[in-house]
Design a protein around this ligand. Structure first.
Ligand SMILES: Nc1ncnc2c1ncn2[C@@H]1O[C@H](COP(=O)(O)OP(=O)(O)OP(=O)(O)O)[C@@H](O)[C@H]1O
Length: 339
């Protein structure tokens, strides 16, 4: 038997088998990746049969200093916008579904107390169960675990909460939910950069934030405030999603930039953060979200789902590139002045 080592490839009598480990979910890319690897291995002289195994291993990554981690959640991503109504919740739910479709274990926390829309968008209603009277079980649909302030209180009741009360309720929602081993927890943040959003961004152990904006000047202005808020509290910006970037007339195909053109991309460049992509203003995005089956679930092989999946993969890759969480391995060292 002839055995050779070829940069990690073990060749036995012309057969080669190797394993590739990815730090992010990429189910939709696996056939293409496998094909490319098989072709590359076959190009090596003496190689005949190639088998490739792709393994996904998602790890926990660093968060702000001094914020306690959630034991069964590896990475928490805030989806935020400066301005209301730009499509933050729609982007958050489709991003969660896209990460799940790519093979990750995903949860969604609806922290938008002014308009909890995830019960509608995720198509789930009802009160979460509690087995011990202290913690609660997330509801689940489309393969994603979900908790919303909307499951627990009437929306008009939550709206009148003052800042500290709202942040306390949201923190409880986050920490007292029995998340079942999540690779990613997506948080649909309260809109704006006021007290509640700021306090949450300080108290939630965030791996990073995704900023959603439309290309409209006023939305961009507020999105800039959002980026600065996260930067101030030490949360990395994973990138910017430009929503409602273009409208294509379904009848005549005419393309119209209703809210302006390319503003999200320019803002990303100004701040030196990633442009994660753009989503069109499209009636089916609204109708599908309103009916409880967001586009990624309703038309998983469609062009819009592909865009959301591309955003999701970029977010996951950015996270995978970040420093790992070593907080459990190293003690905290406090240096104090001698007396
Ligand atoms: N790309 C899109 N194309 C068409 N409609 C969209 C798109 N994105 C969002 N919408 C619709 O726009 C409305 C506002 O979206 P969404 O609730 O996601 O915004 P938001 O920023 O979370 O708002 P709020 O700040 O009020 O919570 C919804 O009716 C949603 O269905």
């Amino acid at each position: 038997m002839t055995t050779r080592q070829l940069k990690g490839l073990r060749v036995d009598d012309g057969d080669v088998a190797f394993e590739v480990e990815l730090g992010y979910p990429a189910r939709s890319q696996e056939p293409a990746l496998r094909k490319a690897l098989v072709a590359a291995a076959r190009a090596v002289p003496g190689v005949e049969n190639v088998s490739v195994q792709i393994v996904t291993r998602i790890t926990a990554h660093a968060v702000q200093r001094g914020v306690p981690l959630l034991p069964r959640v590896k990475n928490i991503v805030a989806v935020a916008s400066g301005k209301g109504g730009v499509g933050k919740s729609t982007t958050a739910v489709n991003l969660a579904l896209a990460l799940a479709a790519e093979g990750a274990s995903v949860g969604l926390l609806d922290a938008d107390i002014y308009g909890p829309s995830q019960p509608t968008m995720m198509g789930v209603q009802g009160r979460p169960q509690s087995h011990d009277g202290q913690t609660m079980e997330p509801l689940e649909n489309h393969g994603v675990q979900v908790i919303s302030i909307g499951f627990l209180v009437e929306p008009d009741q939550a709206m009148i909460w003052r800042g500290p009360m709202a942040t306390q309720a949201l923190e409880q929602l986050l920490r007292q939910t029995n998340w079942r081993d999540l690779d990613y927890l997506i948080i649909d943040m309260p809109p704006g950069t006021g007290d509640i959003a700021l306090t949450l961004s300080q108290r939630v152990p965030l791996t990073g934030a995704v900023i959603v904006t439309t290309p409209q000047d006023i939305a961009l202005l507020d999105a800039r405030k959002g980026i600065r808020m996260f930067e101030k509290v030490g949360v990395p910006i994973l990138g910017v999603v430009e929503n409602m970037s273009v409208h294509v007339c379904p009848n005549c195909g005419h393309v119209e930039h209703i809210f302006g053109e390319g503003g999200g991309r320019r803002m990303a460049a100004d701040f030196g953060v990633d442009d994660l992509g753009a989503l069109p203003l499209n009636l089916s995005i609204r109708l599908q979200a309103d009916s409880g089956t967001p586009t990624v679930a309703a038309e998983p092989d469609g062009e819009i789902a592909a865009r959301y999946k591309a955003v999701a993969r970029q977010v996951a890759v950015k996270i995978a590139q970040r420093a790992k969480d070593y907080s459990s391995k190293f003690p905290t060292i406090t240096v104090s002045k001698g007396t």
